[in-house]
Design a protein around this ligand. Structure first.
Ligand code: ZN
Length: 320
């Protein structure tokens, strides 16, 4: 096993769930601090608790997060930090910083509270999906992070007795909601995804015709025009909407033939890009069908090694 995978095991041994600002996340930051020092970097942290390992005038940062979800595997976030330490060690003269942002999974909180910004940021991350495996490619360059819209739709009906009310005399709110859920699925075509993930039913009783149903909507696309069209076509109360965020081309420059992917999930790189930092992201192939936020989350030693090579090459170009 490579040192990277051994380190991911060490972090996982602290706890599968390393919640933001928990003792487990603190312990992960302490462990990473030791590795940063061993790599010859100067360890600091900022007011938000983000961890830095710096060398010289560090205008280029690389890293990710060490917090994790309750059902986490070994790779999400941790891979980006450990890979950045590895690359920093290979470039003993390069001015750079390795960073572990706090509480990505519940915010992102750390990357949103930075007291300084770099010129460029590089994040290596497990894909958390099946696309690279399907393409038989070890690495993918992230071209953009999808914009998201969240909201809900409410259906009003009338509570009635489930035994005595004839079918043609009912106003069943959940039935209307069910039609809407199928409609949401129909609206999501190429370049977009849409999900109903939560339903609240009132009175939520087995023998009462549903009087009210509230369903959630999550809609995403890397194309702002497609996202707006999707929101219009679905038709729902919008709670918030974020624009898609294009990524910079530091990884595209060193991997010209790698496939380009859109990230459907938000990441620290998105937060930095949104405030003007040239942020680039590299996805590493997910094995086991792309499963993530699950103990079976996996990338191979060989693919991870290629990612560290690409990260090192990209850093060389940016710092020299
Ligand atoms: Zn992550």
């Amino acid at each position: 096993m490579s040192r990277i995978l051994a380190r991911l095991d060490e972090l996982y041994a602290i706890g599968q769930h390393r919640a933001g600002y928990s003792p487990e996340e603190d312990a992960a930051h302490e462990l990473a601090s030791r590795w940063l020092r061993e790599a010859g970097l100067e360890v600091t942290s900022d007011e938000a608790g983000n961890l830095f390992g710096r060398r010289g005038e560090a205008r280029v940062w690389s890293g990710s997060h060490l917090d994790s979800v309750p059902t986490a595997g070994r790779f999400d976030g941790a891979l980006g930090v450990v890979a950045a330490i590895e690359a920093a060690e290979r470039l003993p003269e390069a001015p750079l910083a390795v960073v572990a942002f706090r509480a990505e999974e519940t915010g992102p909180m750390g990357s949103k509270r930075l007291s300084e910004l770099p010129d460029a940021f590089l994040e290596v991350h497990i894909e958390q999906g099946p696309v690279l495996a399907q393409l038989d490619e070890p690495l993918g360059v992230v071209s953009a992070i999808a914009g998201q819209a969240r909201g809900f739709k409410v259906f009003e009906g009338r509570a009635d007795h489930a035994g005595t009310t004839p079918m043609d005399a009912r106003a069943d709110a959940l039935l209307e909601a069910a039609r809407f859920i199928l409609h949401v699925r129909e609206c999501a075509r190429a370049g977009t995804v849409a999900t109903v993930g939560a339903i609240e039913v009132e009175p939520n009783a087995t023998n009462v015709v549903p009087a009210k149903a509230t369903v959630s909507v999550d809609a995403r696309s890397a194309d702002p025009t497609l996202l707006d069209a999707l929101i219009d076509e679905i038709g729902f109360e919008l709670n918030w909407r974020t624009d898609p965020v294009p990524m910079a081309d530091a990884f595209a420059a060193v991997l010209p033939d790698a496939p380009r992917l859109v990230s459907g999930a938000g990441h620290d790189a998105m937060v930095l890009a949104a405030v003007g930092v040239r942020s680039s992201m590299l996805f590493v192939r997910s094995l086991n069908g792309g499963i993530s936020h699950h103990p079976d989350e996996l990338s191979s030693d060989a693919d991870v090694a290629l990612a560290v090579d690409a990260l090192t090459d990209a850093l060389v170009r940016l710092v020299s």
